[in-house]
Write a protein that binds this ligand. Structure first.
Ligand SMILES: Cc1cc2nc3c(=O)[nH]c(=O)nc-3n(C[C@H](O)[C@H](O)[C@H](O)COP(=O)(O)OP(=O)(O)OC[C@H]3O[C@@H](n4cnc5c(N)ncnc54)[C@H](O)[C@@H]3O)c2cc1C
Length: 406
């Protein structure tokens, strides 16, 4: 039997598909402006990743009232150190970026995804205008005045707009007929949390190697997350090691900077690819988070982009609602496309360029990378500019990212 859920009262109704971090933050941001939100969130599988959220994302979470539940699980990242760990002829000098040079307390805060998602779940549960349904989107039908979202429990939800945060294989994107542009890389990101005998001192260290970056990011206590980007063959060899040998291999890559290491989580393995949707909206569907863009885990950009998607969408939708306009109309969805495109494309391009500069054996490119880092080490003005861009965009910033309500 098919039942239908429709919202007919005066408050516009929006559906958010997906209960990952991008979907949860979207639901919170949209609900903060008074919209009626239905969150379609099937039970999640365990997420072994960690996420560093930049200063702007943290400001947005504070403005959404989610930070109190999150803070106990976060570790600040106050210094970022880049170390050339290659054995090449032209090697770059070490560079350290300090958050206080930007007058920031920290560049970012690092979390294990499980407590991050649990704290966001709890914040969502406390919002009376978010209704959560534990089901999957089965298919989506676009109409002139609304969108029908059919769920796998046999019910259908009608709304003015669908925010599709249903992940990299997004069924909502498929039904909107939006294609992805894809770029594959010959690398895999091996991830784990490690306990260590020396304190990290709130410093994140990134070793540049011939196969990609090896990054240590502080976690609460004497623990750090590791993102180790290697060739597929090396990833297989690491996967074959037992936990003790794996921790030793990580310690060796870290040059024993943090002392002896012990595995403190399950291990993850993520083949690197970049995908960007050809459009971020079609009809009354807009794409948010990894449904719209997948970026390699280099430079901690992925979810930070997703949070900016959520904040921008909420701003546009809530402005339309306050003006008495259709919240799923073309003026909203087109503006979303325009405002999100350059941030997403720009960051994908920068990550791609950086990754290629590590992989290449072409001496002039290695020389240029080394010279760039040497200049960064010497010029505080240049360093501040690069740091500011790394933390987030400097133009067209949604209000939530400045810590203001929508
Ligand atoms: C190794 C690694 C390290 C990373 N580190 C960082 C970092 O430091 N900083 C950073 O900003 N980003 C980082 N990222 C990126 C970040 O993890 C992702 O951008 C983020 O998790 C994507 O969130 P999402 O909600 O878009 O997608 P997901 O987390 O994949 O969530 C999608 C949700 O949609 C649901 N879903 C699927 N199908 C349906 C359906 N039919 N109906 C309804 N729901 C559905 C799923 O159950 C899931 O819960 C990293 C990524 C990797 C791989």
């Amino acid at each position: 039997m098919t039942s239908k859920t429709t919202t007919t009262d005066s408050v516009p109704h929006i559906v958010v598909a997906g209960g990952g971090a991008a979907g949860l933050v979207s639901a919170l941001a949209l609900a903060s402006g008074g919209l009626a939100v239905t969150l379609i969130a099937p039970p999640r599988t365990r997420d072994p990743r960690t996420t560093a959220l930049m200063d702007g994302s943290v400001k947005a979470l504070k403005a959404l009232g989610a930070w109190e539940a999150l803070e106990p699980y976060a570790s600040p990242l106050r210094v970022m150190r880049l170390v050339d760990g290659t054995k090449r002829l032209l090697r770059a000098p070490e560079v350290a970026f300090r958050a206080d040079e930007l007058k920031l307390d920290a560049f970012a805060w690092n979390f294990e995804n499980e407590p991050l998602l649990a704290a966001l779940d709890a914040t969502v549960a406390g919002r009376p205008n978010i209704r959560r349904i534990a089901a999957k989107v089965d298919h989506v039908r676009q109409g002139e005045a609304g969108v029908s979202v059919a769920l796998d429990d046999g019910t259908t939800v009608e709304a003015a707009l669908l925010a599709a945060a249903d992940g990299r294989n997004s069924p909502c994107r498929r039904d909107a007929g939006i294609a992805m542009r894809t770029r594959e890389y010959p690398q895999v990101a091996v991830t784990a949390t490690l306990a260590h005998t020396r304190p990290h001192g709130d410093i994140s260290t990134e070793f540049h190697t011939e196969t990609g970056p090896f990054t240590l990011v502080p976690l609460p206590g004497e623990r750090s997350s590791v993102v180790c980007v290697v060739s597929a063959k090396e990833a297989e060899a690491l996967a074959a090691l037992d936990d003790i040998a794996f921790a030793r291999a990580m310690e060796k890559r870290a040059h024993s900077l943090l002392g002896a290491m012990r595995l403190d989580s399950v291990r993850g393995s993520f083949p690197l690819s970049a995908r960007t949707a050809e459009r971020f909206s079609r009809g009354r569907t807009v794409l948010v988070g990894e449904a719209a863009h997948i970026i390699p885990p280099i430079g901690a950009q992925g979810l930070n982009l997703g949070i900016r998607d959520a904040a921008t969408l909420a701003e546009l939708v809530i402005e339309a609602m306050r003006a008495g306009e259709d919240i799923g109309g073309a003026h909203v969805t087109d503006a979303y496309e325009t405002r999100r495109r350059s941030d997403v494309e720009g960051r994908s391009f920068a990550v791609d360029l950086f990754n290629r500069s590590l992989l290449t054996d072409f001496l002039p490119v290695q020389g240029l990378r080394g010279m760039g880092l040497w200049l960064l080490g010497r010029s505080p003005t240049l360093r501040r500019r690069v740091m500011r861009e790394g933390v987030g965009p400097t133009r067209d910033i949604p209000r939530l990212l400045a810590g203001e309500p929508v």
